[in-house]
Design a protein around this ligand. Structure first.
Ligand code: GDP
Length: 695
């Protein structure tokens, strides 16, 4: 039994995953021949199925690396394209795929040296490794590149190098002297030591002449010639009882009747140098011998590769073991650890601060709307009823107007939808903290994991969003009717709002300063502001309003002027209100109508505190509990091996590290297999007749 070839083919498959270097290629049988010499017919007769692309338009454009694997214990036959992840028992579909893959090479290039790998598993095929190449052409056709002949020759030359065996196909009806295949093999194998000659179409020549070709003396080959008749039989013949639809059987029968009809020329009962079955045997035998001969050199090459991989592993990676799973597990642990740390740092006080900052803005908006409102939307004089600085509550806090203003502001504050606002502010903060944790983790370089983690967080937060919002809204409901502020709350509010007002004041001043820059200086801005002021007071008639050049200023400049006047007035008011807040009157909660800023601030704090209590229970604790579990789900148990591998390889450094380890492991495995093969060979070694034997 041909065990060596089978084992070597297995080894070759492992090697192809390591990333093949030419030193590691194991011998194959390379099939060359002119177009129409019958090359495809021979290969199909060996395989027992029609599966190769057919047609006149250069249908073989890429090398086809064909691995035949004998599976004696099965009935089914199937083909596999390992690079496409495609398996099929339908040989027509294999033919179609091969045609598509070949025709994908554009007409302008015509050939490509990128091989198509195809394995065929069947109880009816021998263990063989064959490479089909584009047929040599005589003339370059239309739309084909002029250098096509040259390109095909170069491609074939690449493959017919040692240790490969050359299967040179020539048709019987063409003079051997004109056989391109034999001429090519001569160039690389001048002594004819590793070439098998196949003479096709033996039925087209006179048997005497046919037999003469097979014992050719002009182009002697040590492995000899085999004559075949491999014309595809009719469909009826193929499906005749007893053939099982197998092409090899039908062709062999056909050949048998042809050759045995001429016993004088081809020997009784068909000699060993005719017929597809004999060809198959010869191929197996020769390949086995060649494999055996190259066992030592391949073994040495693999050992050297292994030494290099081991050295790289030591020097670059300190012999540190790593697998995609362990990398993921470690990364996940580290991330969960950092998350745990975060949970101790982000709790009620932090939420309180976030909510308060959010509510501070709303308080400022309300104050601006109800208290600081000085409309200067155009250049027209102010309407007599509009609020002015003089109308602000600096005196007479008992005035009913100010009571209503504060009540309306408080009501607006409590009814602004605190539930939604608070939930979304906290959820947003949590989500951005998670993003920060990702960015600081090893997951930063892994788009897939980033997305999984981000989605895990947003899923949990989204799920809780509406119920949390509702809960919070319910809890602040009593404040919509009444807010009781205590002395301590008042004094905290007073202190806090001073800070908020100061910040706002600085923002106004900052905006004013940048306006100065925009218009080209303090003086320029002052001029246009003075003009705007005059207009507002009615000192200047509104003529020219809206047109270019009012007061000699451009419309754009006037716009900036209005903005600046607004900011200046806003700053004046805030300044004034800061003084008021700091004044004695505002020390006392009784003067709340005099100090709306303090009251609204204290109210906002109460809202925030209440909201935080519920956010903590409804949102944060839930999140802290569920998030690590969700991470385990998404990045742990549920990932397939392929996903984990893809994940790890997203990081180029990890990818390289994994590759070195994998390469090392594969080479170790291969070497182990080779060593046991060598021992096996040593035990079974027969008197050696050499690979060049002509049976
Ligand atoms: P390729 O271009 O070298 O792959 O050649 P094919 O296998 O496609 O064969 C070319 C032509 O020769 C086809 O029409 C085949 O039917 C025919 N052919 C192949 N082998 C034989 C044979 O042994 N005898 C005869 N008479 N025709 C054959």
């Amino acid at each position: 039994m041909m065990i060596l070839t089978k084992k070597m083919i297995e080894i070759r498959n492992i090697l192809s995953k390591v990333g093949q270097s030419s030193a590691l290629t194991l011998p194959s049988i390379v099939v060359i021949g002119s177009q129409s010499s019958g090359k495809s017919s021979v290969l199909e007769a060996i395989v027992g199925h029609e599966f190769l692309p057919k047609g006149s338009n250069m249908v073989t454009r890429r090398p086809i690396e064909l691995t035949l694997v004998n599976t004696p214990d099965t009935k089914s036959e199937y083909g596999e394209f390992p690079d496409l992840g495609l398996k099929t028992t339908d040989f027509t579909s294999i033919q179609r795929t091969l045609t598509d893959l070949n025709l994908a090479v554009p007409d302008t290039e015509c050939v490509s040296d990128d091989p198509i790998r195809l394995s065929i598993y069947s109880p009816n095929v021998p263990d063989l490794s064959l490479i089909d190449l584009p047929g040599y052409i005589q003339v370059v056709g239309q739309n084909q590149p002029l250098q096509l002949k040259q390109k095909i020759t170069e491609l074939c030359d690449k493959y017919i190098q040692p240790p490969n065996v050359i299967l040179a196909i020539s048709a019987a009806d063409v003079d051997l002297a004109n056989s391109t295949a034999l001429r090519a093999s001569r160039r690389v194998d001048p002594r004819g030591e590793r070439t098998i000659g196949v003479i096709t179409k033996m039925d087209l020549v006179d048997p005497v002449r046919g037999a003469g070709i097979l014992s050719d003396k002009q182009y002697p080959l040590r492995l000899g010639y085999v004559g075949v008749v491999t014309r595809a039989p009719s469909v009826q013949a193929l499906f005749k009882k007893g053939t099982g639809g197998n092409l090899t059987t039908v062709i062999a029968k056909n050949e048998n009747s042809f050759f045995s009809a001429h016993p004088l020329e081809f020997g009784e009962g068909s000699g060993s140098n005719v017929g597809t079955l004999n060809l198959r045997k010869k191929l197996m035998h020769v390949l086995e011998q060649t494999m055996s001969a190259s066992l030592q050199s391949t073994h040495d090459a693999i050992r050297q590769e292994l030494e290099e991989a081991t050295y790289e592993f030591k020097v670059q990676y300190n012999d540190r073991p790593l697998s995609a799973e362990s990398y993921l597990a470690e990364s996940l642990d580290a991330f969960k650890h950092s998350f745990k740390q975060f949970t101790t740092e982000f709790g009620r006080p932090q939420m309180q601060e976030i909510l308060k900052t959010e509510l501070d803005q709303r308080v400022l908006d309300l104050l601006a709307l109800r208290y600081w409102n000085k409309p200067i939307t155009d250049l027209s004089p102010p309407p007599p009823e509009a609020d002015t600085l003089a109308d602000l509550p600096k005196s007479d806090p008992d005035n009913l107007y100010w009571h209503r203003q504060l009540d309306a502001s408080t009501s607006a504050l409590t009814k602004l939808g605190v539930g939604r606002m608070a939930t979304s502010a906290v959820a947003g903060a949590v989500q951005s903290h998670v993003e920060r944790l990702i960015a600081q983790s090893t997951f930063a370089n892994h788009p897939f994991a980033r997305e999984a983690i981000t989605n895990a967080a947003s899923n949990i937060l989204n799920e809780r969003f509406y119920s949390t919002s509702d809960q919070v809204e319910n809890c602040v409901k009593p404040y919509k009717f009444e807010i009781d502020i205590e002395d301590r709350e008042w004094s905290n509010g007073r202190e806090h709002v001073s800070g908020v007002l100061k910040t706002e004041l600085q923002a106004c001043q900052g905006a004013l300063a940048s306006l100065e820059n925009v218009v080209g200086g303090k003086r320029k801005l002052k001029e246009v502001m003075t003009f705007v002021d005059k207009c507002r007071k009615g000192d200047i008639p509104i003529e020219g309003e809206g047109r270019m050049g009012a007061g000699g200023f451009s419309a754009a400049l006037l716009e900036k002027g209005r903005e600046a006047v607004f900011l200046r007035d806003r700053a004046d008011i805030i300044n004034m209100r800061l003084l008021a807040v700091k004044s004695r009157q505002c020390k006392d909660l009784k003067n709340k109508y005099y100090c709306p800023e303090v009251f609204l601030d204290a109210a906002a704090s109460k809202l925030a505190q209440t909201a935080v209590l519920f956010l903590n229970v409804e949102l944060l604790s839930e999140f802290y509990y569920n998030f690590p579990r969700e991470l385990d789900m998404r990045l742990g148990r549920h990932l397939s091996d392929d996903d984990i591998e893809r994940f790890a390889r997203e990081d180029p450094k990890i990818k390289r590290h994994l590759e070195v380890i994998r390469r090392k492991e594969m080479l170790e495995l291969v070497l182990e297999k080779m060593e046991s093969l060598r021992q096996f060979e040593g035990r079974t070694e027969k008197p050696h007749r050499g690979a060049g034997e002509n049976k």
